[in-house]
Design a protein around this ligand. Structure first.
Ligand code: FAD
Length: 286
């Protein structure tokens, strides 16, 4: 990212009943390889049940000759727990970690012990970066986090994470490029590290409506009318969603973003079509 714009993907560990032997996600990963991504990130369940599978998926990414970025969440962990996971990741050959706080488990408050050693992501960022083995990144929120009190406070959280050792940020999804660009202007006054724009393509209207509710991101009028129009028509929504994401990514790329990170939802075909329309590949993009 020091030299050029990056292209990356996020995948998640599929439920064991959907893909017991990980052959489905293995196929997704080898499809995604054709876009020559700079890295592929693997989410980590704050609930804990998919953790071993997240490590297995990082191994699949490595065995495909690509660079995994393993997410690691702090909630529910002591630093000894984190240390054991980090040892396993290092043994696998993982060199990059996205250090996150994780969401508060349902029914618990910030002071109920779930946070153990880390009540903010910056604590975990510091712990991982002080090990000296990993390149560490953090999360950023162009339209604020559900717990945000102000833009100024959010900038302070980012500054704290950078000071603790985060050398890049990946944003939450957003559909409104102006929201991202105004956030980038403010953030570049607070931090020096590259900020990668997180883009979630719309493949199914109902799924995105749920995600929007949780994340609180703004849906521009143009997209919101498509979501309503194609609420029960997945094929048309997928076509319109691919078009929307391709336009969104192309415009951001022209704005000189440090990188584009696509939340693939493990759907490689749609993602590859988006990139074809943008004329984009990683590792030396157009
Ligand atoms: P922090 O940096 O500690 O806080 C994030 C923001 O929350 C701050 O910027 C601030 O605005 C606000 N905030 C938090 N605490 C306070 C407070 N006390 N007072 C005021 N404001 C506050 N979750 C998973 O479980 N697994 C994953 O794999 C995963 N991957 C993610 C990847 C990306 C790119 C992003 C953006 C999020 C991801 N998340 C994941 C979700 C994340 O764990 C949650 O959003 C969590 O609530 C905050 O984590 P953080 O690391 O951003 O925390």
């Amino acid at each position: 990212m020091k030299d050029r714009q990056a292209l990356s993907f996020e995948v998640f560990p599929p439920k064991p009943e959907m893909d017991a032997d990980l052959s489905g996600i293995g196929e997704t990963i080898s499809d995604l390889k054709t876009a020559a991504p700079d890295f592929i990130s693997v989410t980590y369940g704050a609930g804990g049940n998919n953790r071993p599978r997240a490590l297995d998926i990082a191994a699949v990414i490595l065995s495909n000759g690509m660079n995994p970025l393993s997410h690691l969440t702090a909630v529910g962990y002591t630093s000894d727990d984190a240390s054991r996971v980090l040892d396993s990741l290092e043994d696998l050959g993982v060199k990059n970690i996205l250090a996150l706080r994780g969401d508060i488990p349902k029914g618990q408050g910030m002071d109920e012990g779930a946070w153990k050693n880390y009540s903010r992501a910056s604590g975990l960022v510091r712990y991982v970066s002080e090990l000296g083995q990993f390149c560490v990144g953090g999360a950023a929120y162009p339209e604020g986090h559900q717990q945000s009190v102000s833009r100024a406070a959010d900038m302070e959280f980012m500054r704290e994470k950078e000071e603790a050792g985060a050398s890049f940020f990946i944003t939450q999804l957003f559909f409104d490029n102006d929201a991202f660009l105004s956030f980038r202007d403010d953030a570049s006054a607070a931090v020096k590290s590259p900020i990668i724009a997180g883009i979630m393509p719309v493949f199914r209207a109902r799924q995105i409506k749920r995600i929007v509710e949780i994340s609180g991101c703004r849906v521009p009028e143009k997209l919101s009318s498509l979501l309503d129009l194609y609420l029960d028509d997945d094929a048309s929504m997928q076509e319109a969603g691919i078009d929307y994401a391709a336009r969104q990514i192309s415009a951001l790329w022209r704005e000189g973003v440090n990188g584009i990170h696509i939340y693939t939802m493990n759907k490689s075909k749609g993602v590859l079509e988006i990139l074809r329309r943008c004329g984009l590949r990683g590792r030396g993009s157009l």
